[in-house]
Design a protein around this ligand. Structure first.
Ligand code: PLP
Length: 266
């Protein structure tokens, strides 16, 4: 039987832990066929990102059009988009395609080791060009601060941040609480401005969380591709990433990746 398709518009991680590598294996593990529009090639290992080269915007868009026109896209996600020009071109291409599928925008700005994955003027383009077209945006707390100026420290400020982010025009926002300190659990807040759903899960004590944000966003995208509602897709994605974090491993001298290997034993 032909599986549903999910498209990732994102960068490559030479270390194989994040980026399209994480997206494709997460799509596979969640039963959907992965399609790729590559935006950038990063040079990185467990110690960090040493640099990146972006793909020309017209080549990024040509990849999207090629797969959408022939194979069809049931859901898409964006990850590292590198430049404002790529972001604007992707937005235009999605409009040309009619954007009749769910779009998850993970506003990737920097790696957890602090290396920029976006050129400077690009964050504004994500906010104005992609958020209004997004079904769901999935910022972490650093990205929330960059995008809204709100520092999330507790449930009240997490709700303030969700409201501020929804002003940019996405249908739903998931304010991920994974980087919040002082809480025993990991509480994410999902909202469409009417509902405020707190998703609580265990916090695992591991340094090896490379690729965690990508893996969560692509697991959610896979569920959306299968027709699941946003709240159910986010709940399923959170369960998936929890297991991947619980089974993460060391590789190299720095930060190891979250692991999807457990799906092989299912
Ligand atoms: N490299 C690429 C290509 C990415 O897309 C991302 C995150 O989206 C990262 C690196 C950073 O991953 P992390 O913050 O989990 O280290």
């Amino acid at each position: 039987m032909t599986p549903r398709t999910a498209l990732t518009i994102a960068g490559s991680d030479s270390g194989g832990g994040a980026g399209i590598q994480a997206d494709l294996r997460t799509f596979f593990a969640n039963g959907v066929h992965g399609l790729v529009a590559l935006t950038a090639v990063t040079v990185q290992n467990s110690l960090g990102v040493q640099g990146f080269t972006e793909i020309p915007a017209e080549v990024v868009c040509a990849q999207i059009k090629a797969v959408a026109s022939d194979m069809g896209v049931d859901a898409a996600k964006t990850g590292m988009l590198a430049t404002a020009e790529i972001i604007r071109s992707v937005a235009k291409t999605l409009d040309e395609l009619g954007l009749d599928f769910p779009l998850v925008v993970d506003p990737v700005a920097a790696s957890m080791t602090g290396h920029a994955l976006l050129r400077e003027d690009a964050l504004e383009a994500i906010r104005t060009e992609l958020f209004p077209r997004a079904t769901l945006i999935t910022p972490n707390l650093d990205e929330v601060r960059l995008l809204t100026g709100v520092s999330v420290v507790d449930p009240a400020s997490q709700r303030t941040a969700a409201d501020a982010l929804l002003e940019f025009g996405s249908r739903w926002v998931l304010v991920k609480g994974g980087h919040m300190t002082g809480t025993e659990d990991c509480v994410d807040l999902l909202s469409d401005g009417r509902e405020y759903l707190e998703l609580t899960g265990p916090r695992y004590l591991t340094e090896n969380t490379h690729g965690g944000g990508d893996t969560l966003a692509s697991a959610i995208t896979a569920s959306l591709a299968k027709g699941t509602s946003v709240p159910d897709a986010v709940a399923a994605g959170k369960k998936f990433i929890e297991r991947c974090v619980a089974e993460s491993y060391s590789l190299g001298a720095g930060v190891g990746p979250v692991s999807p290997f457990w799906v092989l034993d299912r």
